[in-house]
Design a protein around this ligand. Sequence first.
Ligand code: ALA
Length: 465
Amino acid sequence: VTVPSHGAASQRHAGDAAAGGRDRPSVPLAVVAEGLEVELVTGEVVRYANLDNAASTSPLSAVADAVDEFLPWYSSVHRGDGLASQVSTEAYAAARAVVASFVSARETDTIVFTRNTTDSFNLLARALPPGARVITFAAEHHANLLPWRSGAVHHLPIPATPDAALEMLEQALGDGFQGPRLVSVTGASNATGELWPIEALAAVAHRHGARLALDAAQLVAHRPVDMRALDVDYLAFSGHKLYAPYGAGVLIGRGDWLDTADPYLAGGGAVRSVSLDDVEWVDGHARHEAGSPNVLGAVAVAAACRAIAKVGWPAIVDHERRLTAHLHRGLASLDGVQTYSMWDGEHDRIGVAAFNLAGCNQRKLGAILSAEFGIAVRHGAFCAHPLMDQLAAGPETRGGAVRASVGVATETEHIDRLLNALVEIRERGPCWTYAALDGRVAPDPDPRTLPRLQALDRCLSGAER
Ligand code: ALA
């Protein structure tokens, strides 16, 4: 085993000084994971460079504080006579109102707390009227592809430009079908970060009498989402990508289909009356939220919405645009690095970049970045197999890539570290040995010790399966 000496790369990435080198995030939104340090295979300890925000985010400190303060008062919602139950019931209702205001939902919209975006789309798929047709694009995340397959779904090909998306939709909706139709599309690609023309797509959908559902899983933490201005009929997102990873997501939208559908979950809380052979279901959000709700998750989502609204979008968008430009410019300047986009030319995007490094498969590259540089990325097809099969086709990449993604806590230094790491790996390969292990690539040997988390250890140590 050779010991890496990472300062020795012959060619440092040129962007360091210009971009300001190591800095603090310019957005005053602290995350709980700030200052996290990780061990490298060399034994060196470095600050963790989390470039995997598109998958999941650390909670904002404001979110964790709100949840911690609430915990002693946690109790049943709508089910108890105790004071804590009242506090919980009010917190749950207030969380719904905060979320509604954060995305400018209409007064009449139903707001259902779900588990995540996937859950939200499964609920909406189950609430489609009989005979409804769904139209979506092949570029979608699996959460916005698979739930629709229980009915009639038409997949439009990946458009060559945003305008082509509008033309394709126009054509698809002009087929004379008279029944209910839903167009379901992402706001920002989780693989490339590119922003879809949602307002224009909604206008096309509505002109043809169809509705539009927006998958805002990737968008909602990075750009303002205004349901009224965009004129979208449904909106789905996840708390865990919005700095509120406590198990709640949201589906917001028009109540008629939701009130007519069978409850997503059958059980207590969703009913007005029950006899042994009959049941009367309630309308509104409660119809689809049977069982004790995830009030902690809902409070967390609301706390994240409030914290973001307080800081304001300009600071967040400016910070992320600057980092996104630095990331993409840096990757484009590196020989041997191929990045992926659906559309040619300059398009606005959130801070996501998918790329491959020639000569190093993506599984191994992800492992090296973690083990030798303390950088967290995701590799693979990002639950967007049809998209990545097209973008990263070829025997070497086989529909996969490495993805770096930024958030409010990302620093220029994290991106510089990634760019420098790619130069080093390209020039001299890994400095450690790696082996396939349980379907992934891992350092072999792996001398890193996992952190001792005492409370967690007390609950989990000794567990065997
Ligand atoms: N949808 C998440 C991602 O893109 C998990 O990584």
